[in-house]
Design a protein. Structure first.
Length: 129
């Protein structure tokens, strides 16, 4: 098994002991670390749940592209919310970033997230070919 670290300046830099993503060969599976609503250029949290959801998808897309894929290659998405009442909004916004077949998904209510984030998502991506 070969592991490749994925790093892009178009997503927030890692703020701990983790990589933005790890690509594993053979099989071309990429494990994307959790993304929160940090603006990658200011490293500041965007304000409000809708803005954070949008930023999370933008950050995930940046890491997916840096890995050689795109959001359409994501096969599993995990969503963590500090308030599950926001789940309907996640679904609405997600529909603008994904098309069918949608990735498998889990949604989990959590007490808190890093930096006071309202939402975090991580993913598993399988690259074509």
């Amino acid at each position: 098994m070969k592991k490749q670290t994925i790093q892009t300046n178009d997503a927030p830099q890692a703020i701990g002991t983790y990589s933005q993503a790890i690509r594993v060969s053979p099989g071309e599976t990429v494990y994307l670390s959790g993304q929160i609503g940090l603006d990658p250029f200011t490293m500041q949290m965007v304000v409000g749940i809708e803005a954070q959801i949008q930023q999370v998808f933008l950050n995930l897309r940046a890491v997916a592209v840096a890995s050689g894929g795109d959001l359409s290659d994501i096969v599993k998405l995990n969503v963590y919310l500090t308030d599950l009442a926001h789940f309907a909004r996640v679904n609405e916004i997600m529909a603008s970033y994904f098309s069918q077949p949608y990735p498998a998904r889990a949604a989990v209510g959590v007490a808190a997230l890093p930096r006071g984030a309202l939402v975090e998502m991580d993913a598993v991506m399988v690259l074509p070919g």
